[in-house]
Unconditional design. Structure first.
Length: 222
């Protein structure tokens, strides 16, 4: 079941979208501000985010930047801001689509179907990723040459491989893999990255693909 996170500070919109999406067999979670949205995105890992820009604590564009720092989750903006510049800012930040309020539910659902189809194609294209001498199959959870990974190693590796070239912060990795209560336990990441490099890098002491950005996070370089 496709999981959708709806982010809006208007209770009536949250209620209407929850009812309409659930009726179409989507699993729905809601957030009323940007901080809650970022936490929900990390903890719940939705398949799609519907995001209002005019949030009470963090501007929606900043929420998009925050999500894009670690994830390619599709984002559809739902906003009363209709200017071209607002649309450009949101799309440049990484939104996949922009729907202006008020909107029809049928049009919105068509946008949801289109965005999720594109995401599925991208996931299929990312199914096999070359990491040095190894081929990692993300859909089958296998690595060539009989390399075996633990569930936690898989989770970390998948986040990095699905964001090629992008810096994924320590905090984001810890929140997504272990939960929000563990965002300061950076030694967890150091331990698991050592293990992943031993299994996947030709020279674990001088990694070419699973790169540490000191004090910030990690990056997968294809």
């Amino acid at each position: 079941m496709t999981r959708i996170l709806v982010v809006d500070d208007e209770p009536q919109i949250l209620r209407a979208l929850r009812i309409n999406l659930a009726a179409r067999h989507y699993e729905v979670a809601v957030a009323a501000d940007g901080g809650a949205a970022l936490r929900q995105a990390a903890d719940w890992q939705p398949d799609l985010i519907m995001l209002d820009l005019g949030l009470p604590d963090i501007d929606g564009v900043d929420v998009i930047h925050g999500v894009r720092g670690w994830s390619s989750i599709p984002i559809i903006v739902l906003s009363g801001r209709a200017s071209n510049q607002d649309k450009i800012d949101a799309l440049d930040a990484g939104a996949d689509d922009y729907v202006t309020k008020p909107f029809g539910i049928d049009e919105l659902l068509a946008r949801v179907r289109a965005v999720t189809r594109r995401a599925a194609v991208q996931d299929e294209e990312l199914a096999q990723v070359q990491v040095g001498e190894h081929v990692v199959d993300l859909s089958r959870k296998t690595v060539s040459s009989g390399v075996r990974l633990t569930p936690t190693e898989w989770h970390i590796l998948e986040i990095l491989l699905r964001n090629p070239g992008k810096l994924v912060s320590q905090r984001q990795l810890l929140a997504e893999v272990w939960g929000a209560k563990f965002v300061k336990e950076t030694h967890y990441l150091r331990q698991y990255m050592v293990q992943l490099r031993r299994k996947l890098e030709a020279d674990p002491a001088h990694p070419a693909h699973l790169i540490t950005e000191p004090g910030m996070g990690y990056r997968f370089m294809p």
